[in-house]
Design a binder for this molecule. Structure first.
Ligand code: TRP
Length: 333
């Protein structure tokens, strides 16, 4: 694939966790060697449902940068920047919001789903309803063509491309580029009870600074096969959270296949599979936890890194915003 401009982002509303590692972070670590990658810490998007609690967002910015670095994102290869410090993104959002109807926003399936789960009822923040427009501003301001995201973000990519086509039609130029989603090959990591995906709202998560004991407790509480009532009985792999995690993180593929066969045949107990997973996750998290602790000892250095990435991004996004205004013909001086 030709070298592309990549933009991804995360809302700064909490520490990152194993779900992010399996779903997006490991993919970004690989992509940074092949493409031109920028990661946006989406603090403004984080505020769309935390407007009355800005402290929650502000305090998590530093957590998210530390999580990126200890997951293997290299700031020499990937630009990391802060959304709220890029005024062009807010400006473009205002332009684009005139081209999108409220009913179109209400039809966005991810927004609809979130409105329900967040329990806004009749008081949906206007900023929340319009966040797909702000995400279109993010993507187009960086002229990004490849967007590695989870499936839930596909409606945002679709809306972005609708806006791109409208702007290009109005200005009679190809000033904005359409983008494509890149859905990683790792499926969503389930929550510990297997009922939803791993997320803060689904209950306990394993973070990059979780202790060995927390990991042990999390694995022990994982949903397996309720009909697998004794070791010698056959057990089911589908829906078995322990195997989903082994699939995502266990390095020895051949051994994993053997374990699966034995489990399905009967003769392998949940105690053993849980022990194997616990050891695997401890081995994964321990070096990350140590690196994270080291990084958090020098927060000024982390902030400086973010500042540098943001300054580079400001040049890029300001230029794009000016180009849009120029082509709208409203920039008189
Ligand atoms: N909506 C994304 C999420 O919740 C975060 C995000 C904000 C983003 N701006 C972006 C992702 C631009 C990709 C590109 O995960």
């Amino acid at each position: 694939m030709k070298k592309q401009k990549i933009l991804t982002g995360d809302r700064a509303t909490g520490k990152l966790h194993l779900g992010h590692l399996a779903g997006s972070l490991s993919q970004r670590v690989e992509l940074q060697y092949k493409h031109n990658q920028t990661i946006l810490i989406a603090d403004m998007q984080g505020l769309t449902d935390n407007g009355h609690n800005p402290e929650k967002v502000a305090s998590n910015i530093i957590n998210v940068i530390a999580d990126y670095i200890c997951a293997g994102i290299n700031p020499e290869l990937t630009i990391i920047c802060l959304q709220s410090a890029l005024p062009a993104l807010a400006e473009l959002t205002m332009f684009y919001s005139n081209l999108v109807s409220v009913s179109r926003l209400e039809r966005n399936p991810t927004v609809r789903h979130e409105i329900k789960t967040k329990g806004f009822k009749d008081s949906i923040p206007a900023g929340f309803l319009t966040y797909p427009v702000s995400q279109a501003a993010d993507i187009t301001a960086f002229s990004a063509t490849l967007i590695p995201v989870g499936e839930d973000q596909l409606p945002m990519i679709e809306q972005t491309n609708e806006i791109v086509r409208k702007i290009n039609f109005i200005t009679k130029k190809e000033i904005l580029k359409e983008c494509k989603a890149l859905i990683g090959n790792v499926g969503r990591l389930p929550s510990l009870d297997g009922k939803s995906k791993m997320s803060k709202s689904s209950g306990f998560v394993i973070n990059f600074d979780s202790s060995d004991n927390d990991i042990k407790k999390a694995v022990n509480s994982m949903f397996t096969d309720p009909n697998h009532t004794s070791v010698d009985k056959p057990g089911k792999i589908e829906g078995n959270v322990v195997f989903s995690y082994l699939e995502a993180f266990y390095k020895d593929g051949n051994h994993l296949e053997e374990l699966k066969l034995n489990y399905q045949k009967g003769g392998l107990g949940d105690g053993t599979t849980k022990k194997i997973l616990t050891e695997c996750l401890i081995e994964l998290i321990k070096p990350m936890r140590e690196k994270r602790e080291y990084l958090m000892n020098d927060k000024a250095e982390l902030i400086n890194m973010l500042k540098k990435g943001t300054e580079k991004s400001r040049e890029i996004t300001d230029k794009k915003c000016k180009e849009v205004k120029d082509n709208f013909g409203i920039l008189l001086f």
